[in-house]
Design a protein around this ligand. Sequence first.
Ligand code: URA
Length: 154
Amino acid sequence: MVVGEAPGENEDLQGEPFVGAAGQLLDRMLQAVGRSRQGQGAQGVYIANVLKCRPPANRNPQPPEIAQCEPFLVRQVALLRPRLILAMGRFAVQTLLGSNEPIGRLRGQVHHYQGVPVVVTYHPAYLLRNPIDKRKAWADLCLAMDTAGTPLRR
Ligand code: URA
């Protein structure tokens, strides 16, 4: 399971998460580890957001909005029982881990949310702006695969 921040305008219009350029990068990242949002069983990835609708003018989510939406995420995780959650970006990471630490300090470890292992990484929109960090994101994906029980050769 991937958890992102919030739908953008295109996501709201299409009713699907991650459909823009960041979504295309996410699809390529998933493909690199043999996963896809269309995949069945262990190959499939369910994509959710912390916020269930778009904040006005795409501004950052505010704490009361995150708190209002979190019960939906809790229920999604309970119903899905994913092997692993990949938390992408500051808002997803801080919401799932209840932490204010920056992503750089939380990467490289396995955390837990509702008993499900959580690996944190950068948001694909951030990676589009900072491609130098793609190598760190690759290391995070490798940790995610190791944790999910399907290690990759590096
Ligand atoms: N960014 C997100 O975090 N989620 C989306 O669904 C789209 C862009």
